[in-house]
Design a protein around this ligand. Structure first.
Ligand code: ASP
Length: 414
């Protein structure tokens, strides 16, 4: 393929701003204890075992324990996701997930139970935290596979799920930061009459100084909004670069039974009603008891267009290793853009793959920075983070591309 692995050099103004914001966010993240990365990103484990996105780390021991106790593989995979859905500090799933553009959290999830070859899914759920369990309830208690929006919620209440506001103060303030960041382009944020109002930062200043000025202003705005100092840089990064974030987990037991689930709050600041790949059986999650299981995190729209999880399972059915099967799905995403690097650079995509015999892999479109590679979690009794096998070396840029100040707020003199 023409656009093969090679170093990706980030040069644009927007990328430089992204790099600065990320570096600052990473400084805050550095306070958290690092988890050693081991392994090659593929291998063969001994069941019982679980493969998940890296954010499955916290729940992975619980899932493993459940498999050891002989509990169902789907129950174990969902338990891994539930740990993060319950955590108000995880802004990518469940309670505390980042909201849509109107400030409302909307959750998606899907699951597949290998042994009974069944599936369940929910999309755009607004007031129920544990949507992976809700997707399982759709599977277990209806003749349908997928429920969305209000219907999914009404079904959930009938099944005894609690109604709750999923927006935490932290997520609400980060959303406000995103809204007010555009204050010179709309009516949100400090108006002209506010003593702190400032014209656009754009001027004659050199690019680096301009970026520093924008970050300084965002920091000031974040402080005004009451965002905690230790969380401010992460909030700025999330406002500038709408994050993706999801948890997938596939689980295999000693009887060779296999299941998978994926749960998410989806793309931050999305249009209300947008469903990504997560609730789409065959895109965000796919399990076939005869072959294996796969799940996805990343650019949902791109993954839907290649039916990623299903493609991977079918590739394995035809004899590919998990790693080959996953890289092939990533190449299809690149192919959808005619391998045009100017577009692919905005796509982030990871797949987590577990074959029925314990062979596994994590693959990624972009490797991530050398010191913080894209990783996934393996637990076959030895819980570890492994680096994903990358199709391209470098770091994806977030979409939509953001120039520092897209529109001048003062009309040019006539
Ligand atoms: N795939 C999810 C979505 O598009 C988000 C993510 O995984 O980051 O909704």
């Amino acid at each position: 393929m023409e656009f093969s692995r090679r170093d990706f050099i980030v040069t644009s103004a927007m990328a430089s701003l992204a790099a600065r914001a990320r570096a600052l966010a990473q400084q805050s993240a550095a306070a958290r204890p690092p988890v050693q990365t081991t392994g090659k990103g593929f291998g063969t484990g001994k069941p019982p075992m679980l493969i998940s996105s890296a954010n499955g780390w916290n729940g992975s021991d619980l899932g493993y324990q459940m498999l050891r106790e002989g509990k169902d593989t789907l129950d174990a995979a969902i338990a891994v996701g539930k740990v993060q859905e319950d955590d108000p500090n995880d802004s990518s799933v469940g309670y505390g997930g980042l909201p849509n553009e109107e400030g409302v959290v909307e959750l998606d999830s899907s699951c597949m139970h290998g042994p009974t070859r069944r599936a369940g899914a929910v999309g755009g759920v607004r007031n129920i935290k544990n949507v992976a369990l809700l997707a399982q309830a759709v599977m277990n208690h209806t003749g349908h596979v997928m429920l969305v929006g209000e219907g999914a919620e009404r079904f959930g209440y009938a099944m005894g799920f609690e109604k709750m506001n999923l927006l935490t103060e932290r997520s609400r303030k980060t959303w406000m930061l995103w809204k007010e960041m555009h204050s010179n382009q709309d009516w949100w944020g400090p108006g002209l009459d506010d003593p702190s109002w400032q014209p656009d930062a754009k001027g004659e200043a050199p690019e680096a100084a301009l970026h520093d000025e924008i970050l300084r202003r965002l920091d000031e705005l974040a402080a005004r909004l009451g965002i905690e100092p230790e969380y401010r840089q992460i909030a700025i990064e999330q406002a500038l670069h709408p994050p993706h974030g999801t948890i997938h987990c596939s689980a295999l037991n000693e009887k060779d039974e296999i299941s998978g689930m994926t749960t998410t709050s989806g793309l931050a600041w999305k249009l209300p009603g947008r469903c990504g790949d997560t609730p789409i059986i065959g895109a965000g999650c796919y399990t076939d008891q005869d072959v294996g299981s796969a799940g996805a995190t990343g650019s949902g729209e791109e993954n839907i267009r290649v039916a990623g999880a299903h493609t991977i399972v079918e590739n394995m059915r035809k004899g590919m290793s998990p790693q080959e099967a996953g890289l092939d799905a990533l190449k299809r995403i690149a192919r959808n853009f005619n391998n045009d690097e100017k577009k692919i650079r905005y796509v982030g995509m990871n797949y987590y793959i577990l074959r029925k015999d314990g062979a596994y892999a994590g693959v990624t479109l972009w490797s991530g920075p050398a010191d913080r590679p894209s990783r996934f979690c393996v637990n076959d009794g030895q819980k570890r983070l492994e680096p994903c096998v990358a199709l391209f070396q470098g770091t994806a840029l977030s979409y939509p591309p953001r120039t520092p100040q897209p529109r001048p707020n003062v009309p040019p003199p006539r």
